[in-house]
Design a protein around this ligand. Structure first.
Ligand code: UD1
Ligand code: UDP
Length: 365
């Protein structure tokens, strides 16, 4: 059995790392094919988990369009898949790397395993282009590794055969628990390194394409105006490397003092900063999955979510991107709501997801 894993962005690397290691530990031949859709943000994760890519296409170019990225990836991945003769290709989630990886596997008639299958918002434009990517991957997937019961139901509703869907949890919990178990000492030192150990702070992350422009401006204006009146709270913002995100952030936060703007943190550092936060504001997908494990209230700065489990578990609220709604929820978190949302309640798995995925391949051998 020879498995190729195709991935290219930060969150994919975090969620692939436990699977890659588990397959290797079980003596399954596995190759890491990195597209390099992300560069610095990807290598941070590869270094932490000590993964050396077998291929690295180094595809990132500032500001390239989705079509350019897709076109280049399809051509270059095809050469690798023709050469290597994999028995299975694994992709994770819904990025352009995952979509093109699956497409090229399909063109080469290699069966596809889709990790984090079955997430849906029901709105093809939100998140964009991820909702379309994951649906397109689903149509050509051989085995769907779905994180939750709801994800399984989504796939059954789309008429995928029951025996091709495995509920396994989300590998992000495997990665998170590994950090929590192996790196406890580092966590306190990292808080000191960034000077946040005795600060009450909101942790913010933003990057979604559908939030570029006006929605992102609303978010920064609302947070800034709220914080101008709430002087005990700081804002910690590890900035995505996308220049579009940075420009809006720098512009809207100029002159505001209680902010700590950081470069993208490596995963260990990010978990430490997440662990110390008062609460989280984010449009990220992965952070919605991590926050409930740490019992951190999360305001989701999007109009839709494919992760309603955290909302049902009570740890997250879907706030949207309108100024008034953002200020309303920040104000509500001053009261009873904060306690209600701080319960540790993790609907995304038990940290054994990568083992379940690896067991599937062992059974196939
Ligand atoms: C991508 C994924 C998104 C995922 C996100 C995780 C697609 C279409 N989007 O969005 O699904 O949620 O990653 O973060 O697949 N950049 C750097 N260095 C880096 C990474 C990014 O400079 O290491 C800059 C580049 O200017 C790049 C831009 O960020 O052009 C945007 O990167 P891109 O991968 O196109 O989109 P993301 O918003 O990161
Ligand atoms: N993350 C990180 N460093 C940061 C910000 C986020 O390691 O500075 C991690 C975070 O813990 C989560 C993942 O990156 O596991 C989320 O990535 P992102 O928000 O870029 O993508 P999404 O999950 O929305 O696809």
């Amino acid at each position: 059995m020879k498995v190729g894993i195709i991935f290219g962005t930060r969150p994919e690397a975090i969620k692939i790392a436990p699977v890659y290691k588990e397959l290797k530990n079980n003596n399954i031949e596995v190759k890491a094919i990195v597209t390099g859709q992300h560069q610095e943000m990807l290598y941070q994760v590869l270094d932490l988990f000590k993964i050396t890519p077998d291929y690295d296409l180094k595809i990132m170019k500032n500001g390239q369009t989705l079509s350019e990225l897709t076109g280049k990836l399809v051509q270059q991945l095809d050469i690798i898949l023709k050469k290597e003769k994999f028995d299975y290709i694994l992709v994770q989630g819904d990025t352009t790397s995952a979509f093109t990886g699956a497409l090229v596997a399909f063109y080469n008639q290699i069966p596809i395993g889709h990790i984090e299958a079955g997430l849906r918002t029901g709105n093809i434009y939100s998140p964009f282009p991820e909702e379309a990517n994951r649906k397109l991957i689903g149509t050509i997937t051989d085995i769907h590794f779905a994180p939750t019961e709801r994800n399984v139901d989504n796939l059954l509703r789309e008429n995928y055969p029951k025996e091709k869907i495995l509920k396994v949890g989300n590998t992000v919990i495997d990665a998170l628990l590994w950090i929590k178990e192996n790196k406890v000492k580092n966590i306190e030192n990292i808080k000191k390194k960034y000077g946040v150990e005795d600060k009450k702070y909101i942790l913010l992350t933003l990057h979604r394409r559908e939030n570029w422009g006006k929605p992102m401006e609303n978010i920064f204006e609302a947070i800034r105006n709220y914080l101008e009146k709430n002087k005990e709270l700081y804002l910690v913002f590890p900035m995505h490397l996308n220049p579009l995100v940075r420009e809006i952030a720098n512009n809207k936060l100029e002159g505001f003092d209680r902010k700590i703007l950081l470069e993208p943190l490596d995963y260990l550092e990010f978990i430490a900063i997440l662990d110390g936060a008062h609460y989280i504001m984010t449009d990220s997908g992965g952070i919605q999955e991590e926050a409930p494990t740490l019992g951190k209230p999360t305001l989701v700065l999007r109009d839709t979510t494919e992760r309603p489990e955290a909302i049902e578990a009570g740890t997250a609220k879907l706030v949207g991107t309108e100024y008034d709604s953002i200020v309303k929820y920040m104000t509500l978190l001053e009261g009873e709501l904060y306690k209600e949302m701080s319960q540790k309640n993790n609907p995304y798995g038990d940290g054994k997801t990568s083992k379940k995925i690896s067991d599937y391949f062992l059974r196939r051998i």
